[in-house]
Design a binder for this molecule. Structure first.
Ligand code: ATP
Length: 544
Protein backbone atom coordinates (compact mmCIF):
# COMPACT_ATOMS: atom_id res chain seq x y z
CA UNK A 1 0.00 0.00 0.00
CA UNK A 2 1.49 3.40 -0.91
CA UNK A 3 1.68 6.22 1.63
CA UNK A 4 -1.72 7.82 2.12
CA UNK A 5 -0.24 10.88 3.79
CA UNK A 6 3.03 12.74 3.76
CA UNK A 7 3.16 12.09 7.52
CA UNK A 8 4.04 8.46 6.83
CA UNK A 9 7.04 9.53 4.77
CA UNK A 10 8.09 12.16 7.31
CA UNK A 11 7.83 9.65 10.11
CA UNK A 12 9.91 7.03 8.30
CA UNK A 13 12.43 9.66 7.23
CA UNK A 14 12.96 10.84 10.81
CA UNK A 15 12.89 7.38 12.37
CA UNK A 16 15.37 5.85 9.98
CA UNK A 17 17.90 8.65 9.55
CA UNK A 18 16.89 10.12 6.19
CA UNK A 19 15.84 13.63 7.20
CA UNK A 20 15.88 15.45 10.54
CA UNK A 21 14.36 18.82 11.47
CA UNK A 22 17.23 21.32 11.41
CA UNK A 23 18.67 22.80 14.65
CA UNK A 24 16.30 20.66 16.71
CA UNK A 25 18.36 21.14 19.90
CA UNK A 26 17.23 24.78 19.84
CA UNK A 27 13.66 24.04 18.88
CA UNK A 28 14.32 23.93 15.14
CA UNK A 29 14.02 26.54 12.40
CA UNK A 30 10.76 26.45 10.47
CA UNK A 31 10.84 24.35 7.30
CA UNK A 32 14.56 23.66 7.29
CA UNK A 33 15.75 20.08 7.22
CA UNK A 34 19.02 18.19 7.54
CA UNK A 35 19.69 15.07 5.50
CA UNK A 36 20.83 12.28 7.82
CA UNK A 37 23.17 9.36 7.06
CA UNK A 38 20.72 7.58 4.74
CA UNK A 39 19.17 10.73 3.30
CA UNK A 40 22.48 12.12 2.13
CA UNK A 41 23.20 8.83 0.33
CA UNK A 42 19.79 8.82 -1.34
CA UNK A 43 20.01 12.45 -2.43
CA UNK A 44 23.59 11.99 -3.65
CA UNK A 45 22.43 9.01 -5.70
CA UNK A 46 19.62 11.09 -7.23
CA UNK A 47 22.08 13.84 -8.13
CA UNK A 48 24.60 11.34 -9.47
CA UNK A 49 21.96 9.63 -11.63
CA UNK A 50 20.93 13.03 -13.00
CA UNK A 51 24.52 14.08 -13.74
CA UNK A 52 25.25 10.75 -15.40
CA UNK A 53 22.16 11.02 -17.57
CA UNK A 54 22.46 14.66 -18.64
CA UNK A 55 26.26 15.07 -18.78
CA UNK A 56 28.09 11.74 -19.17
CA UNK A 57 25.57 9.86 -21.33
CA UNK A 58 25.41 12.69 -23.89
CA UNK A 59 27.93 14.29 -26.19
CA UNK A 60 26.44 17.75 -26.18
CA UNK A 61 26.68 18.74 -22.51
CA UNK A 62 29.21 20.30 -20.11
CA UNK A 63 29.11 20.67 -16.32
CA UNK A 64 29.55 23.77 -14.18
CA UNK A 65 29.71 24.74 -10.52
CA UNK A 66 29.24 28.50 -10.22
CA UNK A 67 29.46 30.51 -6.98
CA UNK A 68 26.38 31.10 -4.86
CA UNK A 69 27.30 34.75 -4.31
CA UNK A 70 27.35 36.76 -7.52
CA UNK A 71 27.61 40.39 -8.52
CA UNK A 72 24.35 42.05 -7.58
CA UNK A 73 23.99 43.31 -11.15
CA UNK A 74 23.32 39.72 -12.25
CA UNK A 75 20.05 39.89 -10.32
CA UNK A 76 19.29 43.38 -11.49
CA UNK A 77 19.52 42.50 -15.18
CA UNK A 78 18.00 39.01 -14.84
CA UNK A 79 14.89 40.81 -13.58
CA UNK A 80 14.90 39.18 -10.13
CA UNK A 81 15.44 42.42 -8.17
CA UNK A 82 12.36 43.99 -9.66
CA UNK A 83 10.01 41.09 -10.14
CA UNK A 84 10.97 38.02 -8.08
CA UNK A 85 8.29 38.62 -5.49
CA UNK A 86 4.94 37.43 -4.21
CA UNK A 87 2.06 39.84 -3.39
CA UNK A 88 1.28 39.68 0.33
CA UNK A 89 -1.59 41.11 2.31
CA UNK A 90 -1.88 41.59 6.07
CA UNK A 91 -5.03 40.92 8.05
CA UNK A 92 -5.48 43.87 10.40
CA UNK A 93 -7.73 41.80 12.60
CA UNK A 94 -5.74 38.59 13.28
CA UNK A 95 -2.30 39.66 11.93
CA UNK A 96 -2.12 36.73 9.48
CA UNK A 97 -0.10 37.43 6.30
CA UNK A 98 -1.48 35.32 3.44
CA UNK A 99 -0.51 35.51 -0.23
CA UNK A 100 -2.97 37.90 -1.81
CA UNK A 101 -3.11 36.08 -5.15
CA UNK A 102 -3.90 32.80 -3.38
CA UNK A 103 -6.72 34.46 -1.43
CA UNK A 104 -8.11 35.87 -4.68
CA UNK A 105 -7.99 32.52 -6.51
CA UNK A 106 -9.53 30.62 -3.58
CA UNK A 107 -12.38 33.05 -3.12
CA UNK A 108 -13.09 34.18 -6.69
CA UNK A 109 -12.41 30.86 -8.39
CA UNK A 110 -10.14 32.38 -11.04
CA UNK A 111 -6.73 34.02 -11.47
CA UNK A 112 -6.56 37.80 -10.97
CA UNK A 113 -5.61 39.85 -14.02
CA UNK A 114 -3.04 41.83 -12.01
CA UNK A 115 -2.31 43.16 -8.52
CA UNK A 116 -4.60 46.11 -9.27
CA UNK A 117 -7.57 43.78 -9.53
CA UNK A 118 -6.63 42.07 -6.25
CA UNK A 119 -6.43 45.43 -4.51
CA UNK A 120 -9.76 46.56 -5.95
CA UNK A 121 -11.36 43.41 -4.52
CA UNK A 122 -9.68 44.02 -1.14
CA UNK A 123 -10.92 47.60 -1.07
CA UNK A 124 -14.45 46.51 -1.98
CA UNK A 125 -14.23 44.07 0.97
CA UNK A 126 -14.86 41.14 -1.38
CA UNK A 127 -11.90 39.17 -0.02
CA UNK A 128 -11.79 37.61 3.43
CA UNK A 129 -8.84 36.65 5.61
CA UNK A 130 -8.54 32.86 5.15
CA UNK A 131 -7.67 32.50 8.84
CA UNK A 132 -10.26 34.60 10.70
CA UNK A 133 -12.72 35.61 7.98
CA UNK A 134 -12.37 39.38 8.53
CA UNK A 135 -12.51 41.64 5.47
CA UNK A 136 -9.95 44.04 6.93
CA UNK A 137 -7.02 43.27 4.61
CA UNK A 138 -4.24 45.70 3.66
CA UNK A 139 -3.50 46.36 -0.02
CA UNK A 140 -1.18 43.70 -1.47
CA UNK A 141 2.53 44.53 -1.35
CA UNK A 142 5.34 42.76 -3.18
CA UNK A 143 7.60 40.70 -0.93
CA UNK A 144 10.92 39.90 -2.59
CA UNK A 145 11.96 36.29 -2.18
CA UNK A 146 15.72 36.86 -2.36
CA UNK A 147 17.79 36.60 0.82
CA UNK A 148 20.07 39.59 1.26
CA UNK A 149 23.55 39.52 2.72
CA UNK A 150 26.50 41.88 2.99
CA UNK A 151 29.81 41.28 1.29
CA UNK A 152 32.86 42.69 3.10
CA UNK A 153 33.72 43.25 6.76
CA UNK A 154 31.62 46.37 7.36
CA UNK A 155 27.97 46.95 6.79
CA UNK A 156 28.15 50.52 5.49
CA UNK A 157 24.43 51.07 5.83
CA UNK A 158 24.01 51.83 2.14
CA UNK A 159 23.66 49.18 -0.53
CA UNK A 160 27.32 49.11 -1.63
CA UNK A 161 28.07 45.70 -0.10
CA UNK A 162 24.65 44.20 -0.88
CA UNK A 163 24.59 40.72 -2.36
CA UNK A 164 21.97 38.02 -2.63
CA UNK A 165 22.03 34.31 -1.95
CA UNK A 166 21.15 33.05 -5.42
CA UNK A 167 17.46 32.14 -5.80
CA UNK A 168 18.28 29.83 -8.74
CA UNK A 169 21.41 28.30 -10.22
CA UNK A 170 20.47 29.19 -13.81
CA UNK A 171 21.99 32.69 -13.87
CA UNK A 172 25.41 31.22 -13.04
CA UNK A 173 25.18 29.33 -16.33
CA UNK A 174 24.09 32.31 -18.43
CA UNK A 175 26.89 34.56 -17.22
CA UNK A 176 29.42 31.76 -17.95
CA UNK A 177 28.10 31.17 -21.47
CA UNK A 178 31.04 32.98 -23.08
CA UNK A 179 33.63 31.21 -20.89
CA UNK A 180 32.31 27.79 -21.81
CA UNK A 181 32.02 28.63 -25.48
CA UNK A 182 35.62 29.92 -25.58
CA UNK A 183 37.23 27.13 -23.59
CA UNK A 184 35.30 24.06 -24.73
CA UNK A 185 35.09 24.89 -28.46
CA UNK A 186 31.43 24.00 -28.60
CA UNK A 187 29.12 24.30 -31.60
CA UNK A 188 25.38 24.76 -31.20
CA UNK A 189 23.43 22.92 -29.98
CA UNK A 190 25.07 22.31 -26.60
CA UNK A 191 24.06 22.60 -22.99
CA UNK A 192 25.42 23.23 -19.52
CA UNK A 193 24.32 21.37 -16.40
CA UNK A 194 24.70 22.48 -12.84
CA UNK A 195 23.68 21.21 -9.41
CA UNK A 196 23.71 23.56 -6.45
CA UNK A 197 22.01 25.27 -3.58
CA UNK A 198 19.42 27.98 -4.12
CA UNK A 199 17.67 30.12 -1.53
CA UNK A 200 14.22 31.67 -1.53
CA UNK A 201 12.55 33.39 1.36
CA UNK A 202 9.35 31.47 0.63
CA UNK A 203 6.29 32.85 2.34
CA UNK A 204 4.54 29.54 2.60
CA UNK A 205 7.17 26.81 2.83
CA UNK A 206 5.93 23.39 3.84
CA UNK A 207 4.98 19.87 2.91
CA UNK A 208 8.25 18.57 4.37
CA UNK A 209 11.13 19.03 1.91
CA UNK A 210 8.79 19.92 -0.97
CA UNK A 211 9.05 23.66 -0.41
CA UNK A 212 11.87 24.97 1.75
CA UNK A 213 13.85 28.18 1.90
CA UNK A 214 17.15 26.48 1.18
CA UNK A 215 17.11 23.78 -1.45
CA UNK A 216 19.12 22.24 -4.23
CA UNK A 217 18.45 22.59 -7.93
CA UNK A 218 19.57 20.50 -10.88
CA UNK A 219 19.40 22.84 -13.85
CA UNK A 220 20.25 22.67 -17.53
CA UNK A 221 20.53 25.50 -20.02
CA UNK A 222 20.54 24.03 -23.50
CA UNK A 223 21.54 26.49 -26.24
CA UNK A 224 20.17 26.08 -29.76
CA UNK A 225 19.86 28.02 -32.98
CA UNK A 226 16.59 29.96 -33.16
CA UNK A 227 14.26 27.83 -35.25
CA UNK A 228 15.59 24.61 -33.73
CA UNK A 229 14.23 25.50 -30.31
CA UNK A 230 10.82 23.85 -30.52
CA UNK A 231 12.11 20.40 -31.45
CA UNK A 232 14.88 20.59 -28.83
CA UNK A 233 12.32 21.62 -26.22
CA UNK A 234 10.09 18.64 -26.97
CA UNK A 235 13.10 16.30 -26.93
CA UNK A 236 14.04 17.53 -23.43
CA UNK A 237 10.47 17.15 -22.18
CA UNK A 238 10.50 13.53 -23.32
CA UNK A 239 14.02 12.80 -22.04
CA UNK A 240 13.41 14.27 -18.62
CA UNK A 241 10.12 12.39 -18.20
CA UNK A 242 11.83 9.15 -19.17
CA UNK A 243 14.61 9.76 -16.61
CA UNK A 244 12.15 9.50 -13.71
CA UNK A 245 10.51 6.41 -15.24
CA UNK A 246 13.87 4.70 -15.85
CA UNK A 247 14.68 5.19 -12.18
CA UNK A 248 11.53 3.34 -11.21
CA UNK A 249 8.96 6.10 -10.77
CA UNK A 250 5.51 4.81 -11.69
CA UNK A 251 4.35 6.39 -14.93
CA UNK A 252 0.82 6.84 -13.60
CA UNK A 253 2.19 9.08 -10.84
CA UNK A 254 3.89 11.39 -13.31
CA UNK A 255 2.27 13.83 -15.70
CA UNK A 256 3.21 16.65 -18.05
CA UNK A 257 1.28 19.85 -17.57
CA UNK A 258 1.35 22.52 -20.25
CA UNK A 259 1.50 25.99 -18.69
CA UNK A 260 -1.37 28.21 -19.80
CA UNK A 261 -0.75 31.54 -21.55
CA UNK A 262 -1.54 33.38 -18.30
CA UNK A 263 0.99 31.38 -16.33
CA UNK A 264 3.85 31.71 -18.82
CA UNK A 265 6.64 34.14 -17.98
CA UNK A 266 6.54 37.03 -20.47
CA UNK A 267 9.72 35.89 -22.23
CA UNK A 268 8.83 32.17 -22.37
CA UNK A 269 7.53 30.63 -25.56
CA UNK A 270 6.32 27.43 -23.94
CA UNK A 271 6.73 25.72 -20.56
CA UNK A 272 5.79 22.23 -19.49
CA UNK A 273 5.79 21.26 -15.82
CA UNK A 274 6.50 17.67 -14.89
CA UNK A 275 4.26 16.93 -11.96
CA UNK A 276 4.25 14.08 -9.48
CA UNK A 277 1.25 12.75 -7.60
CA UNK A 278 2.52 13.46 -4.06
CA UNK A 279 0.31 12.35 -1.13
CA UNK A 280 -0.88 15.99 -0.94
CA UNK A 281 -1.82 16.04 -4.64
CA UNK A 282 -0.27 16.70 -8.05
CA UNK A 283 2.64 19.14 -7.64
CA UNK A 284 5.57 20.38 -9.71
CA UNK A 285 8.74 18.33 -9.82
CA UNK A 286 10.48 20.10 -12.64
CA UNK A 287 9.76 22.92 -15.09
CA UNK A 288 10.98 22.70 -18.70
CA UNK A 289 10.83 26.08 -20.42
CA UNK A 290 11.74 27.57 -23.77
CA UNK A 291 13.19 30.89 -22.57
CA UNK A 292 14.03 32.17 -26.08
CA UNK A 293 17.05 34.52 -26.21
CA UNK A 294 15.86 36.53 -23.21
CA UNK A 295 18.61 35.68 -20.70
CA UNK A 296 21.65 35.97 -22.95
CA UNK A 297 20.36 39.29 -24.27
CA UNK A 298 19.58 40.53 -20.75
CA UNK A 299 23.25 40.05 -19.74
CA UNK A 300 24.66 41.58 -22.96
CA UNK A 301 25.76 45.18 -23.29
CA UNK A 302 22.95 47.25 -24.78
CA UNK A 303 21.18 50.57 -24.19
CA UNK A 304 19.10 48.72 -21.55
CA UNK A 305 22.22 47.25 -19.95
CA UNK A 306 25.16 49.65 -19.91
CA UNK A 307 26.82 47.66 -17.09
CA UNK A 308 27.59 44.46 -19.01
CA UNK A 309 31.13 44.28 -20.34
CA UNK A 310 30.28 42.55 -23.61
CA UNK A 311 27.80 40.52 -25.57
CA UNK A 312 26.80 36.91 -24.98
CA UNK A 313 26.46 35.64 -28.52
CA UNK A 314 27.64 32.94 -30.91
CA UNK A 315 29.34 33.14 -34.28
CA UNK A 316 27.38 31.02 -36.75
CA UNK A 317 29.80 29.73 -39.38
CA UNK A 318 27.06 28.87 -41.86
CA UNK A 319 25.45 32.28 -41.82
CA UNK A 320 28.79 34.04 -41.19
CA UNK A 321 27.27 36.23 -38.54
CA UNK A 322 26.71 36.50 -34.81
CA UNK A 323 23.46 35.14 -33.43
CA UNK A 324 21.98 34.97 -29.93
CA UNK A 325 21.05 31.36 -29.20
CA UNK A 326 17.69 30.35 -27.81
CA UNK A 327 17.73 28.41 -24.56
CA UNK A 328 15.76 25.42 -23.30
CA UNK A 329 15.77 25.14 -19.52
CA UNK A 330 14.92 21.85 -17.77
CA UNK A 331 14.97 22.95 -14.13
CA UNK A 332 14.52 20.27 -11.47
CA UNK A 333 14.75 20.22 -7.68
CA UNK A 334 17.07 17.65 -6.09
CA UNK A 335 15.06 17.68 -2.87
CA UNK A 336 11.71 17.37 -4.63
CA UNK A 337 12.97 14.54 -6.81
CA UNK A 338 14.33 12.77 -3.71
CA UNK A 339 11.00 13.21 -1.93
CA UNK A 340 9.09 11.95 -4.96
CA UNK A 341 11.29 8.84 -5.22
CA UNK A 342 10.74 8.22 -1.49
CA UNK A 343 6.97 8.56 -1.84
CA UNK A 344 6.88 6.36 -4.92
CA UNK A 345 8.96 3.64 -3.28
CA UNK A 346 7.00 3.53 -0.03
CA UNK A 347 5.04 0.34 0.44
CA UNK A 348 3.47 -0.75 3.69
CA UNK A 349 1.43 -3.91 3.99
CA UNK A 350 -0.12 -6.25 6.48
CA UNK A 351 1.76 -9.53 6.29
CA UNK A 352 -0.07 -11.45 8.99
CA UNK A 353 -3.59 -11.08 10.48
CA UNK A 354 -3.40 -10.14 14.17
CA UNK A 355 -5.63 -12.14 16.58
CA UNK A 356 -9.26 -10.94 16.45
CA UNK A 357 -9.36 -9.80 20.09
CA UNK A 358 -6.31 -7.57 19.62
CA UNK A 359 -7.86 -5.99 16.54
CA UNK A 360 -11.08 -5.40 18.49
CA UNK A 361 -9.17 -3.74 21.34
CA UNK A 362 -7.38 -1.44 18.92
CA UNK A 363 -10.65 -0.58 17.16
CA UNK A 364 -12.17 0.46 20.48
CA UNK A 365 -9.20 2.66 21.25
CA UNK A 366 -9.38 4.34 17.83
CA UNK A 367 -13.10 5.00 18.28
CA UNK A 368 -12.57 6.44 21.75
CA UNK A 369 -9.94 8.70 20.21
CA UNK A 370 -12.51 9.86 17.64
CA UNK A 371 -14.95 10.62 20.48
CA UNK A 372 -12.36 12.64 22.42
CA UNK A 373 -11.57 14.67 19.32
CA UNK A 374 -15.23 15.29 18.69
CA UNK A 375 -15.75 16.56 22.26
CA UNK A 376 -12.87 19.02 22.02
CA UNK A 377 -13.80 22.66 22.39
CA UNK A 378 -13.39 24.34 18.97
CA UNK A 379 -11.38 27.04 20.76
CA UNK A 380 -8.79 24.41 21.61
CA UNK A 381 -8.90 22.60 18.31
CA UNK A 382 -10.14 24.18 15.08
CA UNK A 383 -13.18 22.56 13.47
CA UNK A 384 -11.48 21.52 10.18
CA UNK A 385 -8.74 19.76 12.18
CA UNK A 386 -11.34 17.99 14.31
CA UNK A 387 -13.28 16.90 11.23
CA UNK A 388 -10.16 15.58 9.55
CA UNK A 389 -9.12 13.51 12.58
CA UNK A 390 -12.59 12.11 13.26
CA UNK A 391 -13.08 11.13 9.61
CA UNK A 392 -9.64 9.48 9.47
CA UNK A 393 -10.18 7.60 12.75
CA UNK A 394 -13.64 6.33 11.76
CA UNK A 395 -12.40 5.19 8.37
CA UNK A 396 -9.44 3.40 9.93
CA UNK A 397 -11.54 1.79 12.68
CA UNK A 398 -13.95 0.37 10.11
CA UNK A 399 -11.17 -1.17 8.04
CA UNK A 400 -8.94 -2.71 10.73
CA UNK A 401 -6.73 -4.73 10.63
CA UNK A 402 -6.19 -3.90 6.93
CA UNK A 403 -5.91 -0.20 7.76
CA UNK A 404 -3.16 -0.75 10.35
CA UNK A 405 -0.49 0.69 8.01
CA UNK A 406 -2.62 3.82 7.59
CA UNK A 407 -3.01 4.13 11.37
CA UNK A 408 0.75 3.82 11.82
CA UNK A 409 1.15 6.57 9.24
CA UNK A 410 -0.81 8.89 11.49
CA UNK A 411 1.38 8.10 14.52
CA UNK A 412 3.38 11.33 14.31
CA UNK A 413 0.45 13.53 13.33
CA UNK A 414 0.95 16.70 15.38
CA UNK A 415 -2.78 17.31 15.85
CA UNK A 416 -3.55 13.73 16.86
CA UNK A 417 -0.77 13.92 19.42
CA UNK A 418 -2.59 16.76 21.18
CA UNK A 419 -5.23 14.25 22.32
CA UNK A 420 -4.33 12.27 25.46
CA UNK A 421 -5.75 8.91 24.36
CA UNK A 422 -3.70 9.01 21.14
CA UNK A 423 -0.63 7.84 23.06
CA UNK A 424 -2.47 4.62 23.89
CA UNK A 425 -3.71 4.18 20.30
CA UNK A 426 -0.22 4.76 19.05
CA UNK A 427 1.41 2.34 21.49
CA UNK A 428 -1.07 -0.42 20.65
CA UNK A 429 -0.81 0.18 16.89
CA UNK A 430 2.97 0.17 16.96
CA UNK A 431 3.03 -3.07 18.92
CA UNK A 432 0.70 -4.77 16.44
CA UNK A 433 2.54 -3.19 13.51
CA UNK A 434 5.89 -4.50 14.73
CA UNK A 435 4.62 -8.07 14.45
CA UNK A 436 2.18 -7.89 11.57
CA UNK A 437 3.19 -5.29 9.01
CA UNK A 438 6.11 -4.85 6.68
CA UNK A 439 7.35 -1.51 5.36
CA UNK A 440 9.48 -1.67 2.25
CA UNK A 441 11.07 1.12 0.27
CA UNK A 442 11.05 -0.29 -3.23
CA UNK A 443 13.75 2.07 -4.44
CA UNK A 444 15.59 1.40 -7.65
CA UNK A 445 18.90 -0.21 -6.54
CA UNK A 446 20.73 2.69 -8.20
CA UNK A 447 19.10 5.05 -5.70
CA UNK A 448 19.08 2.92 -2.54
CA UNK A 449 21.21 4.48 0.22
CA UNK A 450 22.65 1.04 0.98
CA UNK A 451 23.06 -1.55 -1.78
CA UNK A 452 24.10 -4.56 0.29
CA UNK A 453 23.86 -5.42 3.99
CA UNK A 454 25.94 -8.32 5.34
CA UNK A 455 25.00 -10.21 8.52
CA UNK A 456 26.67 -13.06 10.40
CA UNK A 457 24.10 -15.62 11.57
CA UNK A 458 25.62 -15.39 15.07
CA UNK A 459 27.58 -12.44 16.34
CA UNK A 460 29.46 -14.41 18.97
CA UNK A 461 30.93 -16.81 16.40
CA UNK A 462 34.25 -15.23 15.35
CA UNK A 463 34.58 -17.19 12.10
CA UNK A 464 31.15 -16.00 10.89
CA UNK A 465 31.87 -12.40 11.92
CA UNK A 466 35.27 -12.42 10.24
CA UNK A 467 33.84 -13.81 6.97
CA UNK A 468 30.97 -11.32 6.99
CA UNK A 469 33.31 -8.39 7.63
CA UNK A 470 35.57 -9.59 4.84
CA UNK A 471 32.63 -9.69 2.41
CA UNK A 472 31.60 -6.18 3.46
CA UNK A 473 35.11 -4.88 2.81
CA UNK A 474 35.42 -6.57 -0.59
CA UNK A 475 32.02 -5.46 -1.88
CA UNK A 476 32.61 -1.90 -0.72
CA UNK A 477 35.94 -1.91 -2.55
CA UNK A 478 34.13 -3.22 -5.63
CA UNK A 479 32.05 -0.03 -5.58
CA UNK A 480 28.87 -1.32 -3.94
CA UNK A 481 27.72 0.62 -0.89
CA UNK A 482 27.79 -2.12 1.74
CA UNK A 483 27.21 -2.18 5.49
CA UNK A 484 27.86 -4.82 8.17
CA UNK A 485 25.25 -5.36 10.88
CA UNK A 486 25.03 -7.84 13.74
CA UNK A 487 22.75 -5.98 16.12
CA UNK A 488 19.75 -8.29 15.99
CA UNK A 489 18.25 -11.55 14.82
CA UNK A 490 18.31 -12.06 11.04
CA UNK A 491 14.53 -11.51 10.65
CA UNK A 492 14.75 -8.15 12.40
CA UNK A 493 17.79 -7.13 10.36
CA UNK A 494 15.93 -7.95 7.11
CA UNK A 495 13.00 -5.78 8.26
CA UNK A 496 15.28 -2.86 9.05
CA UNK A 497 16.97 -3.06 5.66
CA UNK A 498 13.61 -3.38 3.85
CA UNK A 499 12.47 -0.22 5.54
CA UNK A 500 15.39 1.78 4.13
CA UNK A 501 15.25 0.19 0.68
CA UNK A 502 18.35 -2.04 0.71
CA UNK A 503 17.87 -4.37 -2.27
CA UNK A 504 20.20 -7.19 -1.14
CA UNK A 505 20.98 -8.79 2.21
CA UNK A 506 23.70 -11.40 2.65
CA UNK A 507 23.74 -13.86 5.53
CA UNK A 508 26.88 -15.76 6.46
CA UNK A 509 25.97 -19.05 8.18
CA UNK A 510 27.78 -22.24 9.19
CA UNK A 511 27.43 -23.72 5.71
CA UNK A 512 29.39 -20.70 4.44
CA UNK A 513 32.41 -21.90 6.41
CA UNK A 514 32.27 -25.30 4.69
CA UNK A 515 31.42 -24.42 1.09
CA UNK A 516 32.22 -20.70 0.79
CA UNK A 517 28.65 -19.79 -0.23
CA UNK A 518 26.27 -17.32 1.40
CA UNK A 519 22.54 -16.59 1.26
CA UNK A 520 21.58 -13.59 -0.85
CA UNK A 521 18.07 -12.37 -0.07
CA UNK A 522 16.20 -10.15 -2.53
CA UNK A 523 14.14 -7.31 -1.01
CA UNK A 524 11.34 -7.44 -3.58
CA UNK A 525 10.83 -11.15 -4.13
CA UNK A 526 12.03 -12.11 -0.63
CA UNK A 527 13.59 -15.07 -2.49
CA UNK A 528 16.89 -16.41 -1.23
CA UNK A 529 19.66 -18.05 -3.22
CA UNK A 530 23.09 -19.34 -2.38
CA UNK A 531 25.95 -17.63 -4.13
CA UNK A 532 29.66 -18.34 -3.96
CA UNK A 533 31.54 -15.67 -2.00
CA UNK A 534 33.96 -15.06 -4.85
CA UNK A 535 31.07 -14.50 -7.30
CA UNK A 536 29.19 -12.02 -5.11
CA UNK A 537 30.69 -8.85 -6.57
CA UNK A 538 29.92 -9.73 -10.18
CA UNK A 539 26.48 -11.18 -9.39
CA UNK A 540 25.33 -8.13 -7.43
CA UNK A 541 26.84 -5.58 -9.78
CA UNK A 542 24.93 -7.24 -12.63
CA UNK A 543 21.67 -6.65 -10.71
CA UNK A 544 22.45 -3.02 -9.96
P1 ATP B 1 6.89 26.39 -7.39
O1 ATP B 1 5.85 26.86 -8.38
O2 ATP B 1 6.63 25.02 -6.85
O3 ATP B 1 7.23 27.41 -6.35
P2 ATP B 1 8.76 27.36 -9.24
O4 ATP B 1 7.96 27.30 -10.49
O5 ATP B 1 8.94 28.65 -8.54
O6 ATP B 1 8.22 26.26 -8.21
P3 ATP B 1 11.26 27.11 -10.49
O7 ATP B 1 11.65 28.49 -10.24
O8 ATP B 1 10.85 26.72 -11.87
O9 ATP B 1 10.13 26.69 -9.46
O10 ATP B 1 12.39 26.15 -9.94
C1 ATP B 1 12.71 24.92 -10.56
C2 ATP B 1 12.61 23.76 -9.61
O11 ATP B 1 13.29 24.04 -8.39
C3 ATP B 1 11.18 23.43 -9.19
O12 ATP B 1 10.54 22.63 -10.15
C4 ATP B 1 11.42 22.68 -7.91
O13 ATP B 1 11.75 21.32 -8.16
C5 ATP B 1 12.63 23.37 -7.33
N1 ATP B 1 12.21 24.34 -6.33
C6 ATP B 1 11.80 25.61 -6.54
N2 ATP B 1 11.49 26.22 -5.38
C7 ATP B 1 11.71 25.30 -4.40
C8 ATP B 1 11.59 25.33 -2.97
N3 ATP B 1 11.20 26.41 -2.32
N4 ATP B 1 11.90 24.20 -2.29
C9 ATP B 1 12.31 23.08 -2.92
N5 ATP B 1 12.46 23.01 -4.26
C10 ATP B 1 12.17 24.10 -5.00
Amino acid sequence: MPASSLEQIVSLAKRRGFVFPSSAVYGGLGSTWDYGPLGVELKNNVKRAWWRSVVYDRDDMEGLDAAILMNRLVWKYSGHEATFSDPMTDCRSCKARPRADHVFVAQKGRDPVNVGEINAAIEAKELKCPKCGATDLTPARPFNLMFKTTVGPVDTGDDSGLAYLRPETAQGIFVNFGNILDTMRRKLPFGVAQIGKAFRNEITPGNFTFRTREFEQMEIEYFVKPGEDEAAHQAWIDARTQWYVDLGMRRENLRQREQTKDELAHYAKRCVDLEYRFPMGWSELEGIANRTDYDLKAHSRSPENPDAVGELRYFDQEQKKHIVPYVIEPSAGADRATLAFLCDAYDESLVKEPPAEETAKLRELVLSFAKSVDKRDPKQMETPVKERLVAAAEKIAAALPGSLPELLGLADDADANRIEVWKKVRGAAEKLGEEHTRTVLRLNPKLSPITVAVFPLKKNEPRLVETARGIKRDLQRAGLRTVYDDTGAIGKLYRRQDEVGTPFCITVDFQSLDDQTVTVRDRDTMGQERVGITELGAALRAKV
